[in-house]
Write a protein that binds this ligand. Structure first.
Ligand code: SF4
Length: 315
């Protein structure tokens, strides 16, 4: 791993640091493989004061400060990525978070299942979002139902819904970048998305290997994952693939309680810091293992990544 780290540091500097805030565990879908399950914690977003304090703590350390992390990574922007659960379930609070984040100097993005983008009652303020990531796992309704990507009434985002939602968003969020996230699993690893992704023309199509958190029956081998990647690699699509190891210790993540947390490389489960609002971002970050080499590797496109025996290396 040391050699990999050196190679990456010598050849690449990300211009953007991404902080993922999993703001809520609530979701209108019920995906089998979902790992956004924290057991009903007291979520920080219930207090606007706590939200603002958290954003100030993060801005002070990551944007205004000159931390060793900033020096090591050399990033120019900090993007606050709001994920869940389904963050748009928070309604007006969700809009306030985005507006405050913009005021404090963050770039903003969300990861959403897209359901509430179709809802005409939900008015996102203009120009608060720089990027949207929409999770989309199958063009087939029956497969989406089997995965659990469906609400209680049987509503599920179709390919046409996805196209409509993106069109609507781009009319209120100037210059918004689109990312499609697809979790490759036992039910979709042979499905061809080429024509849909070609039509949508996202900035990124992120392909993720299903993680071993949910039902084992959806897990696939690394050969099946690579089959999916290879099936799409000659179509000129903006593919970014992540193997399991690239997803371990490679994200800066904040949980609904406002703590940094990290996938553990030594076994299942997470490591948590204390609440960032209690001890500040710098001390909280030291309490988890943040692997900046793998973080940087996440920004390489598939062409320059070799997925070898579950290790991501720069080629
Ligand atoms: S849509 Fe996302 S947050 Fe909701 S259940 Fe599925 S994976 Fe989990």
């Amino acid at each position: 791993m040391k050699n990999i780290e050196r190679t990456i540091n010598e050849t690449y500097t990300p211009s953007e640091l991404v902080i993922n805030w999993h703001i809520t565990e609530a979701c209108n879908y019920n995906c089998t493989y979902c790992f956004a399950k924290w057991g009903k914690p007291n979520e920080l977003h219930r207090s606007l004061e706590a939200i603002e304090k958290l954003l100030d703590n993060l801005a002070d350390y990551f944007i205004k400060g000159n931390s060793s992390l900033k020096q090591k990574l050399g990033y120019e922007n900090v993007r606050l990525n709001i994920a869940g659960g389904e963050p748009m379930m928070l309604g007006s609070t969700f809009s306030i978070v985005l507006m405050l984040a913009k005021q404090k100097g963050f770039k903003t993005s969300i990861i959403t299942n897209g359901h509430y983008l179709l809802n005409s009652k939900f008015d996102l303020p203009n120009n608060v979002l720089d990027m949207v990531g929409i999770s989309f796992d199958s063009q087939r309704y029956d497969v989406r139902c089997e995965i659990g990507r469906v609400d209680r009434k049987g509503n599920s985002l179709s390919s046409d819904d996805l196209k409509f939602a993106l069109k609507k968003l781009s009319s209120t969020q100037k210059g918004i970048k689109t990312k499609i996230n697809t979790v490759v699993n036992k039910l979709n690893w042979q499905e061809n998305f080429s024509s849909l992704i070609s039509e949508i023309k996202p900035y990124k199509w992120k392909i993720l290997h299903v993680m071993p958190y949910g039902e084992d029956e959806l897990l696939i081998s690394k050969e099946q994952f690579n089959y999916f990647v290879n099936m799409h690699s000659n179509a000129g699509l903006p593919i970014f693939a992540e193997s399991n190891s690239a997803m371990t210790e490679s994200y800066l993540m904040i949980d609904p309680k406002g703590r940094f947390y990290q996938n553990s490389s030594s076994g299942p489960g997470y490591k948590y810091s204390e609440c960032i609002n209690d001890i500040g971002a710098e001390v909280a970050l030291k309490q988890i293992n943040f692997n900046h080499a793998v973080f940087i590797a996440r920004y390489f496109p598939i062409e320059s990544i070799a997925i070898l025996e579950n290790k991501v290396v720069a080629s």
